[in-house]
Design a protein around this ligand. Structure first.
Ligand code: LIP
Length: 247
């Protein structure tokens, strides 16, 4: 496990340097969508991460936002989001990260989330302590929605936005604040560190939330992930301190 953790941390830091080096520079756009942007740098970042992982663990599998690599029959699957918060990145908003998780036989056993702009690295292995830059993390102790700050995500399509609006309306009138921060993985790292009390989104991908799941649970929080009823490989998620009534 420690070898896996060392690889995940090294890969996240290498990709983090690439993202810092190219931040606010001329970026090649692969695709502009109504509510999303696909960058060449997403692909380059994943290639860098995959190269490090397969160099250290040549028999393992990679499942990432920019595609798969390695032996897909392997019991070890690395779940990678090379830039989580790509739209923020494109607009020069310094709120994005790299997210790397390892799943073995269906169980997530390790998570690393790295914010290269604030140089904040969250890490945890199954059964271990969650840390951010080496300091222990824990979810917030707040227990009332009126005192809570939540982050809500709307994903990337008109239908997901429409689906999220009633929830947002319900929360924004009852919580202290509702934020739309644009990075699911950083939202979950912030829940694990007690900066946010909850993160809710109705349509995300496994690579957005896999590392965050083990971080939040190990920090004393709760993560409810349900397969989306109509969209394959999509998940609805509620990640929270577990202390705030969210219904
Ligand atoms: C983003 C998520 C965010 C969601 C966006 C997008 P990406 O991931 O972190 O929560 O609202 O639609 O999915 O595409 O930047 O990796």
């Amino acid at each position: 496990m420690t070898a896996f953790l060392n690889t995940a941390v090294a890969a996240a830091r290498e990709a983090g340097q690439l993202l810092r080096d190219n931040f606010e520079s001329e970026l090649n756009v692969n695709e502009f969508c109504a509510h999303d942007i696909k960058l060449e740098l997403d692909v380059l970042s994943q290639e860098l991460i995959a190269a490090r992982i397969l160099r250290d663990h040549p028999t393992h599998a990679i499942y990432g936002e920019e595609g798969i690599a390695g032996d897909q029959q392997s019991e070890h699957q690395w779940i990678v989001d090379p830039i989580d918060g790509t739209v923020n990145y494109f607009y020069g908003i310094p709120h994005f990260c790299i997210s790397i998780a390892v799943r073995r036989a269906g169980e997530i056993i390790l998570g690393v989330i790295y914010d290269p702009m604030r140089d904040e690295l969250w890490q945890v292995q199954a059964g271990g302590e969650v840390t951010m830059n080496g300091a222990p993390c824990a979810v917030s102790q707040r227990s009332e929605l009126k005192d809570a700050v939540l982050s809500v995500g709307f994903s990337k399509t008109r239908s997901t936005i429409d689906a999220g609006l009633p929830l947002f309306e319900n929360m924004i009138t009852r919580a202290r604040k509702c934020r739309l921060m644009g990075s699911a993985a950083l939202d979950m790292a912030y829940v694990a560190s007690g900066r946010l009390d909850a993160y809710i989104e109705q349509v995300v991908s496994l690579w957005d939330v896999a590392a965050g799941k083990i971080l939040v649970e190990a920090a004393g929080g709760r993560v409810e992930m349900k397969p989306h009823p109509d969209l394959p490989d999509k998940i609805s998620i509620v990640a929270s301190s577990g202390r705030i009534p969210l219904t």
